[in-house]
Design a protein around this ligand. Sequence first.
Ligand SMILES: [Zn+2]
Ligand SMILES: [Zn+2]
Length: 240
Amino acid sequence: MRGMDAVKWALQAIYPRRCPVCHDIVMPAGHLICPSCKGKMRLAKEPRCKKCSKPLEKEETEYCADCAGRSHAFEEAAGIFLYDKIMRESLMKCKYGGRREYLDYYGQAMARYGGKYLKRWRPQAFAPVPLHKARQRRRGFNQSAVLARELAGSLNVPVYEHMLEKPRKTRPQKELEARQRRTNLKGAFIIGRDFQPFERVVLVDDVYTTGSTADEAARCLKEAGVGTVYVMTLCIGNGF
Ligand SMILES: [Zn+2]
Ligand SMILES: [Zn+2]
């Protein structure tokens, strides 16, 4: 057993890994999710919106109601899982219930199922959507930054964790209506110390609903000189 494996093994014995779906201890040890729970996190499927990738009801429509009605600051977005009850609960426990280990599975799944997008986008950098400092300190981590690192790990694309900063506290987006979401975030992001004006950047976040966060972050990057901004999120809401 190599040194790192021994450390992992010992940690696993003291703090056994929990499953991001059923929240029980994962069996067999060494897996990131129970084999029987794997299919329960539902992948977002076709037909999907051509702009934001939200699943659509009808094959004939190209865009979801949201994207048909207004333009976005980003080029294209890809959400991997459906933001359903299972996913909502999983993320809740991950972000507020100390189940940080769920991010390992999420990130790996994003790399696997988002691979076809990344191949086409050819990003030069990943930029996580930042949290306000106080919020990050309380939580102990920025889930988007961990997801970006997991994603980048297998791809040889660097992560610039402080490409953007969020100096102002904003109300949680999930508490707000679509229009309020946009005004809530106006000017919420600024360029951070890692900024570089790359041609192609992929923003990474946990949830995509109306795209307000993605738009505001993409707008900020582009105003500072980034050519094209793509968005990859762990999960995405329905487009109908
Ligand atoms: Zn399970
Ligand atoms: Zn859309």
